[in-house]
Ligand binder design. Structure first.
Ligand SMILES: N=CN[C@@H](CCC(=O)O)C(=O)O
Ligand SMILES: [Mn+2]
Ligand SMILES: [Mn+2]
Length: 323
């Protein structure tokens, strides 16, 4: 079901003496209306069902609410309008209907010229995000190709058994690509050998997935990792960016279902995200798996907010010229 934006979540410090340059997100954000001019549209996907089906630790359905609270106090460093588009909520265990509703809502936002920033929920959000992008591309960008960049400790290429979960989204997307005769261009950045079985790596190989492992992402190797990301982006027209927050080390991101023992540090994740955003090809970004039940004094929520800050500044500073 669709839930209207709860604007009470957007509260924080105000520094009126500093004028517009002292404003924060909670002062700029407005509920999205049908005729709102293009801007950044924050949409929540309140879902525990994918993680539950994937035998994980549930609680991510509360993510959209707590992430908004953490983002409210971010400085408003951009001119693009900022909107809250409300939430899509999973009812009972009907994940499939919610994913298809999420897709419909995202297609509407993209058609309205908005940049959707979608907040999970488990990583089953990715299948809904993809459905929306695919619908929008069918309607308006038929001749363009899509590339998916997933920052994640996990490949998320499990086979639905029998239903989709937070561990299956990119396999489900590959199936859709196959059905629709579209290429499946998927780059996973940060995959941990200790968190993915040989079966998953073999599936990645069969599907032509490009993988940059967590161990390859070091300060002295940063430029070469950035070049591999740029090379992937050169081969596609439009990029869907998805950040599974468990790509970060468990020490800074314990608030997920499956924390990463090693992870990719924020210092390295930031320039990699900058590289993706600098392509000007990103049409949508989502953040998955934040689970406030495992947070400590909202620390991980603050880290997630930094990633949202980086994404919104990255896209709103750059015209989406290639789309
Ligand atoms: N979203 C992905 N989740 C991981 C969970 C792994 C785990 O629970 O240990 C996966 O399916 O691989
Ligand atoms: Mn993950
Ligand atoms: Mn994931």
């Amino acid at each position: 079901m669709l839930q209207l934006a709860d604007m009470r979540l957007w509260r924080g410090r105000t520094d009126t003496e500093d004028g517009r340059a002292g404003e924060r997100w909670h002062q700029r954000i407005a509920p999205l209306q049908l005729d709102s001019p293009p801007g950044v549209a924050i949409l929540g996907f309140a879902s525990d069902e994918g993680v539950r089906r994937n035998k994980g630790r549930i609680g991510a359905a509360k993510g959209p609410r707590v992430l908004r609270l953490a983002m409210a106090n971010l400085p408003a460093t951009f001119d693009a309008p900022l909107y809250d588009a409300g939430n899509v909520r999973v009812q009972k265990d009907d994940l499939e209907s919610a994913q298809s509703l999420l897709g419909a809502r995202i297609a509407e936002l993209l058609s309205g010229g908005h940049f959707p920033l979608v907040l999970g929920g488990g990583h089953e959000i990715a299948f809904g995000s993809y459905l929306g992008i695919a619908r929008w591309m069918r309607e308006q960008h038929r001749d363009k190709t899509l590339g998916i960049i997933n920052f994640d400790a996990h490949l998320d290429l499990r086979i639905p058994a029998p239903k989709g979960s937070s561990g299956t989204p990119f396999y489900q997307i590959a199936e859709q690509c196959e059905i629709n005769g579209r290429p499946f261009n998927y780059l996973c950045v940060g995959a941990a050998d200790s968190a993915n079985t040989p079966a998953l790596y073999q599936r990645a190989n069969e599907l032509g997935v490009r993988v940059i492992r967590d161990r390859e992402i070091t300060a002295w190797n940063l430029e070469s990792v950035q070049e591999r990301i740029r090379e992937f982006i050169r081969g596609v027209d439009i990029v869907y960016l998805t950040v599974c927050l468990d790509v970060l080390p468990a020490a800074v991101m314990p608030a997920v279902s499956a924390p990463a023992g090693r992870g990719v540090s924020l210092e390295l994740l930031e320039p990699l995200l900058d590289t993706v955003l600098a392509s000007k090809k990103v049409c949508l970004a989502d953040m998955a798996e934040y689970n406030p039940y495992f947070d400590i004094e909202d620390r991980a929520a603050r880290t997630a907010a930094i990633i949202a800050f980086l994404i919104v500044n990255g896209i709103s500073a750059l015209p989406q010229s290639t789309i």
